[in-house]
Design a protein. Structure first.
Length: 83
C-alpha cells in the first residue's frame, strides 16, 4: 500500500515474497532494531528482482519504520496505564 501511495504499482506476490526476507534480515543483531540491515536487503531485492528505484524502496522502509515507532509511542501509555 505504501508503494501505491507514492505512485508505484507493484504486485502483491513480489511484496509477499520479498518482505519476509527483509524482515528476517532485520533480526540479525548487527544494528539497533535492525535499522539499516532490513532496508539494505529490501533495496537489493526490490531493485534486482523487480527493478524498483532504490530511493523509492528506502523511502518506503523509512515510512514503515516511522509508522511503527509512532504506533508504539502512542500505544505504550495506553497499555501501561492502570485504567
Amino acid at each position: 500500500m505504501l508503494f501505491k501511495s507514492i505512485g508505484h504499482e507493484i504486485g502483491l506476490i513480489p511484496i509477499i515474497l520479498i518482505e519476509p526476507l527483509a524482515l528476517l534480515a532485520g533480526f540479525i543483531p548487527i544494528s539497533i532494531s535492525g535499522l539499516g540491515v532490513r532496508e539494505s536487503v529490501a533495496i537489493i531485492l526490490f531493485t534486482t528482482i523487480i527493478g524498483v528505484n532504490a530511493t523509492v524502496v528506502f523511502t518506503i522502509y523509512l515510512m514503515k519504520f516511522a509508522l511503527n515507532v509512532l504506533l508504539a509511542i502512542t500505544l505504550v501509555p495506553v497499555l501501561v496505564s492502570d485504567k
